[in-house]
Design a protein around this ligand. Structure first.
Ligand code: TXA
Ligand code: MG
Length: 322
């Protein structure tokens, strides 16, 4: 299959939306990472996402819509969900809520659950495509299942060129890690995945603590997609490294470069120590270091505060046994 490259002018974005509405697989940029979109109301289109990515079909997908109003129609929003939606949408946050009785998102996209994951991206290119499609679009990250997520169009092509119908060639994703996911079901709101909207920010909005469920198994209905090994480069990762061993690459942060690091095999996520910058550079840096075929990647110690929670979460999964 030939993967069509689409530009980001108005006409091309309308075309991307039309292709999606016709059942095509179209990768597109969002502020978090690139998504691999398909019509969330069409099980045949959704099935193609699972096969292009090699993704287990018990792992449900996020439904993306262009407006908050469209989002509110898909699910049942309790007080917490309403407050979070009003504050952080459009933006890098996903809410898991009970599916509305007439929820348009098909069973396959929801992996048979009676809940639905919803997101309203803020990226203008993503919004134009969603408006043109005029229906919820299921979109996981546009990478081969288990591999490093894509924050640039070239990352998508490296994984999926020839396996998808089209890609919108936008710029690098501003945030660089996937959306935060909060589940607002019965009882307390919980965080299923850390991301750009930090737990502390969300707690401030709802006025109480947000718990993190115990690391759940891959078959848990609570968070079926949180596989232990995920976001992984080929080279094994070694976390909290105090030194870099011969043959290893180094993923650094801030001013202190561990002994043994060589310039050619080092990427610094943010020399100034900015977590925002580090998140934006994370996946491109992992892909770059991996392309140098090191024996491993030594990762310096990271703060787990604020956005650091999301970065550390991704590193932990990238490092976990395959
Ligand atoms: O930033 C993002 O969220 C990106 C962009 C493309 O929007 N998308 C993304 O999708 O990260 P994906 O498929 O890689 O991750 C979606 C996560 C999975 O861990 C999945 O299990 C979880 O959301 N999820 C989806 N529906 C769910 C549900 N009903 N209940 C619990 N978890 C759900
Ligand atoms: Mg993913």
């Amino acid at each position: 299959m030939m993967t069509t490259r689409l530009a980001t002018d108005t006409c091309s974005l309308a075309e991307a939306g039309r292709l999606l509405a016709e059942g095509a697989l179209v990768a597109f940029p969002t502020e978090t990472v690139y998504g691999l979109g398909a019509d969330a109301t069409d099980p045949k289109a959704v099935a193609r996402i699972y096969s292009a990515k090699g993704r287990p079909s018990f792992n449900p997908l996020i439904a993306h819509v262009g407006t908050v109003e469209a989002a509110l129609r898909l699910g049942v929003f309790n007080d917490d969900a309403r407050k979070l939606a009003a504050t952080f949408w459009p933006g890098p946050m996903t809410l898991v809520v009970p599916a509305a009785r007439d929820c348009a998102v098909c069973d396959l996209a929801r992996a048979g659950l009676d809940t639905v994951a919803i997101r309203v991206p803020v990226d203008p290119v993503a919004r134009a495509i969603l408006q043109s499609a005029g229906r919820p679009i299921a979109a996981p990250s546009a990478n081969v299942s288990g591999h490093v997520s894509p924050s640039e169009a070239q990352h998508v092509l490296a994984d999926l060129d020839g396996k998808i119908d089209a890609i919108v060639m936008g710029s690098a994703s501003r945030v660089g890690v996937e959306s935060s996911i909060f589940a607002c079901l019965k009882g307390d709101t919980i965080q299923l995945r850390p991301g750009a909207v930090t737990r502390a920010e969300a707690e401030q909005v709802i006025g109480r603590a947000i718990a993190i469920p115990d690391e759940v198994s891959e078959t848990s209905p609570l968070s079926p997609g949180r596989l232990a090994s995920h976001y992984a480069p080929r080279a094994p990762l070694r976390l909290n490294a105090l030194e870099v061993r011969p043959g290893e690459a180094c993923l650094a942060f801030g001013q202190e470069i561990p002994p043994g690091a060589t310039a050619a095999l080092t990427r610094n996520l943010s020399p100034s120590g900015s977590l925002e910058e580090a998140a934006a550079n994370l996946y491109a840096s992992l892909r770059h270091l991996d392309s140098l075929s090191p024996t491993g990647i030594a990762v310096v110690k990271f703060s787990e505060e604020g956005l650091g929670e999301a970065i550390f979460d991704r590193l932990l999964r990238a490092a976990s046994p395959r």
